[in-house]
Write a protein that binds this ligand. Structure first.
Ligand code: CAA
Length: 392
């Protein structure tokens, strides 16, 4: 196990530390003061997106030759974590930019990488990823209905996707559609759709419990013509591309979850040092002190698991599927339990929107649901241990 690997070729751990210190300062000065208002308004924070673009945070893991920072996944997850400590919605701008570009990064042609990645890295374009459908959430393959039919040098797409994070603000969306209904896992293909393509439109926006500054929408394809050069990989490779993307994006959501937990822990700890009851700070009462001790232990355990998963992404390790799922599972559950306890530590104040921990608790919940529910993570992990049951 490597714990002191350089950030990336030509970079050092010192470079990473400097970068994270700058991100911390940016978050403290510019993002944290916006977090409550972003949640309250439910609007996408374009100002925060611009801030991230100006500070090169939208292309951390994109190689320098395509306009990115050429950082490691480890650096990338640490950036997401830092932002999520203050604002989960803002951290999702960075995480979904990565999710949306990954199909191109993993399976795109050189021409597609040159065409799409520099604008994503600079923030000129926002990216999104569209896999989920009304009846195809956990069962992403078996229940997919969106069809793409080849017609000469183009495909015609019909169908819809739901729960598409940042779908209404994205300029490019990687969409997965069935090209051969009889071919099972080899019957799905991946496409890059561009804003403004005829027949490609944004539908209903969800009203959500948390991550309210991140628009979650339906996308519809009504005879949408997609040029052949926008297909990612070969026809029939789409499902594997989708799964390989999740192996690299689940650590990003785990980082978001970890950041939410760490932010809530810090707030609750400071509160417990100041709030006095029965003649002493409440943190000095064993009931609260032990809660904080457990929260801290869980956060640090989750962090170690996540960072190791990120190192495995960097190394292209063969067990990355398992580690990405374990990181997402652990960090999501820790986010939920730690934020719930943080609300408890603050008591009535924790339940008030005047304090940030109730927002953190609402934001935490989605990390147990999206990018594969916690039940799907367990299924993925179990299959890496004992295999998938054969059809009878
Ligand atoms: N890498 C490469 N190939 C993979 C793979 C991986 N990690 N996982 C599966 N595959 C391949 C399999 O080898 C198999 O190939 P063959 O048919 O050639 O053998 C094929 O893909 C099908 O795999 P399975 O047989 O395992 O498929 P399944 O239907 O039994 O189960 C699943 C697949 C793991 C349950 C998958 O459907 C899944 O992960 N579901 C959850 C979907 C999900 O995470 N959605 C999140 C949407 S994105 C989102 O939420 C983002 C956001 O808003 C921020």
């Amino acid at each position: 196990m490597t714990t002191t690997a350089p950030v990336t070729a030509g970079h050092t751990n010192e470079d990473e530390e400097l970068m994270l210190a700058a991100v911390r300062q940016l978050v403290e000065e510019k993002v944290a003061p916006r977090a409550a208002a972003i949640d309250e308004s439910g609007e996408f924070p374009w100002d925060v997106k611009e801030l991230f673009a100006q500070n090169d945070l939208l292309g951390v893991p994109i190689p320098a030759e395509y306009g990115g920072l050429g950082g490691t996944f480890l650096t990338y997850v640490k950036v997401v974590e830092e932002i999520a400590k203050a604002c989960a919605s803002s951290s999702l701008i960075v995480a979904v930019q990565e999710l949306g570009m990954l199909p191109i990064m993993i399976a795109g042609s050189e021409a597609q990488k040159q065409r799409f990645l520099p604008k994503i890295a600079s923030g000129e374009h926002l990216a999104a990823y569209a896999l989920t459908e009304v009846s195809s959430g956990s069962d992403a393959l078996g229940s997919m209905k969106t069809r793409a039919v080849r017609d000469g040098d183009r495909y015609v797409l019909n169908g819809s996707k739901i729960w598409i994070t940042n779908g209404s603000v994205a300029d490019v969306v990687c969409v997965f559609a069935v090209t051969d209904p009889a071919a099972g896992s080899r019957g799905v293909s991946a496409f890059v759709l561009e804003k403004g393509m005829p027949g490609f439109s944004v539908g209903k926006k969800e009203k959500k419990m948390g991550i309210r500054g991140s628009p979650t929408v339906e996308l519809t394809f009504d005879g949408c013509e997609v040029p052949l050069e926008n297909r990612i990989g070969e026809e029939g490779e789409g499902f594997k591309i989708a799964m390989k993307v999740l192996d690299k994006s689940r650590p990003g959501i785990a980082a978001q979850a970890l950041g939410i937990a760490a932010g809530a822990l810090e707030y609750a700890t400071n509160y417990a040092k100041e709030r006095v009851a029965f003649g002493k700070p409440i943190g000095q009462h064993q009931g609260v002190g032990f809660m904080l001790a457990d929260m801290k232990t869980e956060v640090e355990a989750a962090r170690l698991l996540l960072y190791e998963a990120a190192r495995k992404c960097d190394a292209g390790a063969p067990d990355v599927t398992q580690w990405a799922a374990m990181a997402k599972l652990k960090c999501g559950d820790v986010a939920m339990s730690v934020t719930t306890d943080a609300v408890q530590v603050l008591g009535g104040f924790g339940y008030s929107t005047e304090y940030p921990v109730e927002r953190m608790m609402r934001d935490a919940k989605i990390t147990q649901i999206y990018e594969g529910t916690q039940q799907i993570q367990r299924l993925v992990i179990a299959r890496t241990l004992v295999g998938k049951a054969k059809a009878p």
